[in-house]
Design a protein around this ligand. Sequence first.
Ligand code: GRF
Length: 218
Amino acid sequence: MKENLVIAVLVSGSGSNLQAIIDAAERGEIPGRVGLVLSNKADAYGLTRARNHGIPTAVVDHKAYGSREEFDAKMVEAIRASGARLVCLAGFMRVVTPVFLRAFPHRILNIHPALLPSFPGTHGPGQALRYGVRFSGCTVHFLDEGVDTGPIIVQAVVPVHEDDTEETLAARILKEEHRIYPVAIRLFLEGRLTVSGRRVMTRDTTRIPDFSRRNPDA
Ligand code: GRF
C-alpha cells in the first residue's frame, strides 16, 4: 500500500470539499495527505481550513499575471515544489490552460455539482432546477481541455424535491460531493483507475448490493 502520497488541493472559496478530503485523509480513508492548499484568492476560507490543520498554503493571484498561461505556470511551480502526486480542484473558479494540464497529465481531478454531461459550467444546481430534472447529483472527473468534460470517475445521484430552491438543492448535492470526492481520490491513489477513451474502469470495487446512488460504490 502506498502511504502518504501528497495531494495538492486548489480552492477559490469556502473549501468544504477540501475539508472533506482533509478529514478523510486524517481518518486514514485515503492513502495520502493534503500537502498544499493553493488559492487564487487570498481571502478564501479554504486557506484558513488548511492552516487549522497545519497544511502549507500558497496564494497565486490571477490578477497579478498578464495571461492565463503565466498564471498557470506559477501554480505549476508551487505544486511541483510540494511534491504532489495528485492535484484536486475543489471549487477552484478558474479555467486552466494546457500549460497546467500538460504539467500533470492524468493527475488532475475536478468536482462538479451536477450529473455530467448535464449542466456543466457554473450554477449546476440552478440549471438542473430550472430545467426540471427529477434527479441531479455530482461528478468527480479527470480534468481535460474542456469545461467539465473529462472522463467521469464517480457520480452520486441526488433527487430534486418539488419545493427545492437552488440553495437547498445545492446543499444536498454538496453533502454527496463530500462523500464521493474522497472515494475518487482513494481509487486514484490506490492505482485502481484505468482510462479507456472516455470510460474510467475501476479495479477491485467492493460493490454493495444497492449502489444505485453512488457509482462505483468503492
Ligand atoms: C462545489 O459545489 C463544487 O462542486 C463546485 O464549487 C463548490 C465548491 O464548494 N465546483 P466548496 O468550496 O468545496 O465548499
